[in-house]
Design a protein around this ligand. Sequence first.
Ligand SMILES: Cc1cc2nc3c(=O)[nH]c(=O)nc-3n(C[C@H](O)[C@H](O)[C@H](O)COP(=O)(O)O)c2cc1C
Length: 331
Amino acid sequence: MKILETKYMGLRLKNPIIVGSCGLTSTVEGIKKLAENGAAAVVLKSIFEEEIIKEHEQTFKNSLGEHENNLEFLDYFDYQIKNDVLKKTATLIEEVKKEVDIPIIGSLNCATSGEWISYAKQLERAGVDAIELNVFKLPFNIEQESDEQEKLYLSIIEKVKTHIKVPVAIKIAQYSSNLAAVIKKLDTAGVNAITLFNRFYNVDFDIMTDEVKAGSPYSSELDYYNTLRWISIMSGKVTTDLSASTGVHSAETAIKMIMAGATTVQMVSKIYKDGAESIAEVLKGIKDWMNKRKYVSIDEFRGSVHHEPNENAERFERVQFMKYFSDHKVD
Ligand SMILES: Cc1cc2nc3c(=O)[nH]c(=O)nc-3n(C[C@H](O)[C@H](O)[C@H](O)COP(=O)(O)O)c2cc1C
C-alpha cells in the first residue's frame, strides 16, 4: 500500500482516507474495525461542551441544596463534571492506542470561548496525535455583523495554537460572506489543516402533522460538488493541508478531491450506510485507478486539476445556469 502514503499535518498516514468525526469513532471496537478495513486515521466523536452542560443540568440542580448560592461550590461542580467527561475520552484514547497503530485525532466543540484551551490541553495530555476543532454555530442573529463568524474562528485558532503542541485542524462550515478570504486568513494564522466542510443537523417538517423533525443526518453520493469546488479554488492559494469532507462515497469521488488538491479525504455517511468494508473498497478503487493511470504516488496527481488562472478558473467560479447552459449541455 506504499503508493498511497500521505503526509497530513505532519503525520505519516498509510493512505489519504480518514474516518471523520461521528459515532463510529466513539468506541475502541468501532475504531478497531475501521483501522482493520484500512482507515489511515480517525477523528474521534466531538466532545461537545454544550452537551456536557445540558446533560448534567438536572444532576447539577439536584445537588445544589444548601450550596445554591455558593459560587465556589458551583465552580467546583462545573469543573468536576467536565473532568469526568474528559476522563472518559482520555480512557478511550489510552485504550484505543494499545489496539491500533493509526493516528487518533481528537475533536472539540466548545460553547464558551474560554474552554477551548483547557479542553484541547486535556486531549493533548491524553495522547491524541492531532486535534480538529469543530467550531461552527449557525449565524442566525440578525443583529450580528457578517464577520463575527470569521473573527470567532480566528480567535479560537490563535488561542489554541499558542498552547497546544500537536497539530491543530479546524473544521468549518460552507456558510460565510467570503469563504475564500476566511480560509486564507486561517491559513495565515498557522492552522495545520482545514476540513471542508462539516455537515449539520438538518430540520425537516411533516406536512400532515405540522411536526418539526430531524432531517437525514447522512449525505448522498451527489453531495460532494460544493466541497470539490472549494478544495479546487483554495488548494493552490493556501499552504495548509485541506481535508475533504461531505459526500465522499466512492473511490472516484475520493480521487477527484485529491486531484482538486485535498491532502486527505474524510468518510462518514458511506460507512454508516455500507459498513467499514467500504473504506477497503475505496482504497482498492484508488489503487486500481492509479495503476491504470500509471501513478506511483498520491503526490503525483494531487492538485492536478485545481483552480488556476486558466480555463479551469472560470469553471470553478461559475454559479449561474446562463442561456448557453440551459439545454443541459454543460460539459
Ligand atoms: C451520525 C453523525 C454524527 C456526526 N458527529 C459529528 C461530530 O461529533 N463532530 C463533527 O465534527 N462532525 C460530526 N459529523 C459530521 C461528519 O464528520 C462529516 O463531516 C459529515 O457527515 C459529512 O461527511 P459525509 O458526507 O462523509 O457523511 C457527524 C455526522 C454524522 C452522520
